[in-house]
Design a protein around this ligand. Structure first.
Ligand code: S3P
Ligand code: PEP
Length: 449
């Protein structure tokens, strides 16, 4: 059972050319961080373009539970009146982060160095995901945690009353873990140091600097070493959230595989730690150009112009994985429509997302007639050429928005319709997906229609 109500199936049918502009919602990573850093500032932060998906709404609710005042105006401007670093109040009830790994992990980090106790839970997907990757480093600051077997939610965190600063090498490529440690370090005296072997998305570092914290990053033989000076007074900011490249990935991919398509996806954040998919698609031969490249709020932004293309399979360099980690499901759909095989290695982190994304994509693609090879850390898709995927199956979303959206895109180019058993989870990150794709020309059919 999901916690978002009864399952809502949707079928995607082979669609005519996709045409027009796709205005995708705000960046999910930056939206969570805007709310949390706003709550840790002294004064009022103003946010435009916030992603109003369920994941981010759950983080807004959590920030209220920790004592911040979070409001939305009728024209969609969000304000957060913060309580300052170390100012979190103890929540009166359980914090439900829904489907959001980013939400729960960043908030656990942020509260773990305050003398308060909070209990966290989520939906069936989130309650199955590993939290040891957060409880290990926060225990070094002095926090305690009590969760289910295997470090799973529901979990109670007892924040450190007298936190000490930490030096921590993140054992897996994870921006969530890095960010949780940095947020914990905010309320520890002295310098907290986080080391990452592979660079992951750097929104936390950029935004901490924007909010007035002293943060520096240095490339060394150990990897990227990030140093934060604890107990700053964070200054409220005015934030314009760029549009999410991970959401842009869906109309971009659909346009590449649906014959005759020509789509513009304006104002997309192209932070290099996020843009790996677009590099990969170009290597496959995609007609994808960046127009009007510019800087907005310190982040590179461009309009993406994409046209249907005949693509070839490639080997994706494993070191690129962190910069496109959420895009492998949709890349595997594009790969199924390319000529030759696409090899994706170094992707075992996909197994601990909202679902085991290697298994979810492999089983769904196989059901649609695509040949797959996989091991713990690898997914290989044998392409069937443009429009060559047979389709004609029902695929499982497994409470995972990106799996649901990927299979709908598959259906738009397949010979026979592809049904997704539950598209409810799409509302966590891309609530307007169905309308936006429909406006471009995607053919969807509801069960009762
Ligand atoms: O920090 C973030 O905002 C995110 C980091 C990534 O997770 P990991 O840190 O688990 O790789 C990504 O998958 C997630 O969608 C958002
Ligand atoms: C992995 C994702 O999100 P989270 O970890 O925040 O649930 C995602 O959005 O693809």
């Amino acid at each position: 059972m999901s916690s978002h109500g009864p399952a809502r199936p949707l079928t995607a049918k082979r669609s005519g050319p996709l045409k027009g502009e796709a205005h995708v919602p705000g960046d999910k990573s930056i939206s969570h961080r805007s709310l949390i850093l706003g709550a840790l500032s002294v004064g009022t932060t103003e946010i435009t373009g916030l992603l109003e998906g369920q994941d981010v709404l759950d983080t807004a609710k959590a920030m209220r539970a920790f004592g911040a005042t979070v409001t939305r105006s009728d024209d969609g401007v969000w304000t957060v009146q913060g309580v300052g670093v170390g100012g979190f109040a103890e929540p009166e009830n359980v914090i439900d982060c829904g489907n959001s790994g980013t939400g729960v992990r960043l908030i656990m980090g942020a509260m773990s160095t305050s003398p308060i106790t909070a209990t966290f839970t989520g939906d069936a997907s989130l309650n199955g995901r590993p939290m040891g990757r957060i409880t290990d480093p926060i225990s070094l600051f002095g926090a305690q945690s009590y969760g289910r077997q295997g470090g799973r939610l529901p979990m109670t965190i007892v924040g450190a009353a007298e936190p000490v600063p930490v030096r921590y090498a993140v054992p897996m490529p994870s921006a969530q873990v890095k960010s949780a440690v940095l947020f914990a370090g905010l309320n520890a005296p002295g310098q907290t140091v986080v080391i990452e072997k592979e660079a992951t998305r750097d929104h936390t570092e950029r935004m901490l600097t924007g909010f007035g914290a002293q943060v520096s990053a240095e490339e060394t033989s150990e990897g990227r070493v990030i140093t934060l000076h604890g107990q700053p007074e964070l200054k409220p900011q005015t934030i314009a959230v760029p549009r999410d490249p991970s959401s842009a990935a869906f109309p971009v991919a659909a346009a590449l595989i649906v014959e005759g398509s020509d789509v513009l996806v304006p104002n997309i954040g192209l932070n290099p730690t996020r843009a790996g998919l677009f590099t990969t698609l170009r290597e496959m031969g995609a007609d994808l150009t960046f127009e009007n490249e510019r800087l907005e709020g310190g982040e590179p932004v461009a309009d993406l112009r994409v046209r249907f293309s005949t693509l070839k399979g490639i080997e994706v360099p494993p070191e690129r994985a962190p910069s496109m980690i959420d895009e492998y499901p949709i890349l595997s759909v594009v790969a199924a429509n390319a000529e030759g095989k696409t090899v994706m290695r170094g992707v075992k982190e996909l197994r601990v997302k909202e679902s085991d994304r290697i298994d979810a994509m492999a089983r769904g693609l196989e059901a649609c007639g695509v040949t797959i090879e996989e091991d713990e850390d690898t997914l290989i898709v044998h392409g069937m050429g443009p429009g060559g995927v047979p389709g004609g199956a029902t695929t499982e979303a497994r409470l995972d928005h990106r799996i649901a959206m990927s299979f709908l895109c598959l259906g738009m180019a397949a010979k026979n319709p592809v049904k997704v058993d539950d598209v409810g989870p799409i509302a966590t990150s891309f609530p307007i997906f169905e309308t936006l794709m429909g406006d471009l020309g995607a053919q969807f059919q509801r069960d009762n229609a």
